[in-house]
Design a binder for this molecule. Structure first.
Ligand code: GDP
Length: 440
């Protein structure tokens, strides 16, 4: 999402390349470039100006270390300042009270309902709480259905009151219901309108006063650029929310809103959403975001994501099978499932330093594994268990069954054999792998 900004900043640091030290003169050009890059990325003009002024102060005040080139030094200063501008450290969602109430506000179409579902799923799986979702958008019947569909996808109950036209009452009833049924978190999705208007503001402030949320989150579409910042300001004036959720960061956004909002409303960005699927949600980490903007990748997030999904028991089981050369198509498909659980491939890859830029124009479809899965599911259980029995006749049948060609099946068989060989070598210790301290 920040590719352009990343490119431009990189270029601005190059100006300093070859310079022995940071001086008022050589830094001025770099700062001008940085400011231009930020404004092009849709960062609010005033925010960009204040930012570069601060960077300048820091840069000129630095004792230039001999070991560090001025370009590197500037990169570090800009990175730290960017992180600070976006809030410094990550701030968690506050879930106090029995039940804890989270109120979701924002304009229509900003992604409130989708985010409500994602947040419910996040709190349920990461924090192990019993979550109740409340459909508070009484004007758009489709919103209620949408929340119900999301609820059933993620296994979270949705509280609705068909026919009740009073959202304050619905929210209060839902909280009573949650208490009776021992839910400990209630997420209230509310109605939005296409633009900020008095009726919407009155309604949402009335709901807030009635349910006393421990957390009020303002959801905003990052693609709306400067409007996102203005809407945030208007909502904050009336609602005094606790945090911001930026959605649609997967789209064609220049990302400037992520940088400006914090400093304009002085409220932390708490989550970012980058897709329509229920797992496309990330806790916002200012430092990691700064790294991503500067093309330093986001290795920490990547490792965390992998750790979340990695199942040690399963890994041990696999290793045993690999050594005995029993790795089969059931294991192969299980591996694919593991990778898919980690989320969008392009997203994952862009967290690796340098990869984001390389992948800029590469399209990795969401369903890269679709054909592989189709082929494997056209195999009989015996074939999946014992791939060596798959002869030409069987391959032909599998191709037909999966709507693919013989060539596709042959390619997969070859790929499977290669994987098996390679993994056997790794698992058997014939290949040099870095040893993890404390493990054998
Ligand atoms: P609401 O009116 O604020 O409740 O907004 P919705 O949750 O209905 O979202 C509006 C549209 O944006 C829907 O089509 C969603 O699927 C889509 N959407 C929501 N979040 C994201 C996101 O992070 N990325 C993308 N690409 N689409 C999103």
């Amino acid at each position: 999402m920040f590719e352009n900004l990343t490119d431009k900043l990189e270029r601005s640091f190059k100006i300093l390349k070859g310079e022995g030290r940071i001086t008022e003169i050589n830094v001025a050009e770099t700062l001008k470039e940085i400011r231009r890059a930020l404004i092009d990325a849709d960062v609010n003009y005033k925010v960009a100006k204040t930012f570069t002024d601060e960077v300048k102060q820091k840069a000129l005040g630095q004792d230039v270390l001999k070991a560090v080139k001025p370009g590197q030094m500037m990169t570090k200063i800009v990175r730290d300042s960017l992180a600070e501008l976006m809030g410094g450290t990550a701030s968690d969602i506050r879930l106090d009270g029995t039940p804890a109430v989270v109120l979701i506000a924002g304009l229509q179409g900003s992604g409130k309902t989708t985010f409500s579902g994602k947040l419910a799923s996040f709190i349920k799986s990461r924090k192990g709480r019993q979550v109740l979702l409340v459909a508070g958008d009484i004007y758009r019947p489709a919103a209620i259905d949408q929340l119900k569909v999301l609820g059933s996808q993620i296994g979270v109950e949705v509280y609705t009151e068909e026919g009740n036209r009073n959202p304050v009452e619905i929210a209060e009833n839902a909280i009573r219901y949650a208490r009776q049924k021992a839910f400990n978190v209630v997420i209230v999705d509310t109605a939005g309108r296409l633009a900020v208007d008095e009726a919407m503001m009155q309604e949402i402030t009335a709901i807030k006063a009635a349910v006393k949320p421990s957390e009020t989150l303002f959801v905003v579409d990052a693609m709306t650029g400067q409007d996102a910042v203005n809407t945030a300001r208007e909502f904050n004036d009336r609602l005094d929310f606790d945090g911001v959720v930026l959605t649609k960061l997967d789209g064609d956004t220049r990302g400037g809103a992520a940088i400006s909002i914090r400093s304009v409303v002085d409220k932390p960005l708490k989550f970012i959403s980058n897709g329509e699927k229920m797992d496309a949600l990330q806790v916002f980490h200012p430092e990691r975001m700064a790294d991503r903007i500067l093309g330093m990748g986001d290795v920490v997030s990547l490792v965390e994501r992998a750790q979340e999904q990695f199942d040690e028991e399963e890994a041990r089981r696999l290793k045993k099978k690999l050594v005995k050369n029993q790795f089969n198509f059931n294991d192969f498909i299980a591996q694919i499932q593991q990778i898919k659980k980690m989320g969008n491939l392009k997203d994952l890859a862009s967290m690796i330093p340098g990869m984001g830029k390389m992948l800029k124009n590469v399209d990795i479809p969401d369903d890269v594994f679709k054909q592989t899965e189709a082929i494997i599911s056209s195999m009989t259980p015996a074939e999946r268990e014992h791939p060596e029995i798959i002869n030409a006749r069987r391959r032909e049948r599998i191709a037909k069954g999966s709507g693919t060609t013989m060539a596709d099946v042959n390619r997969l068989m070859k790929q499977f054999e290669d994987t098996r060989k390679m993994m056997k070598a790794v698992a058997g210790g014939n290949m040099k792998m870095p040893r993890i301290p404390g493990r054998r």
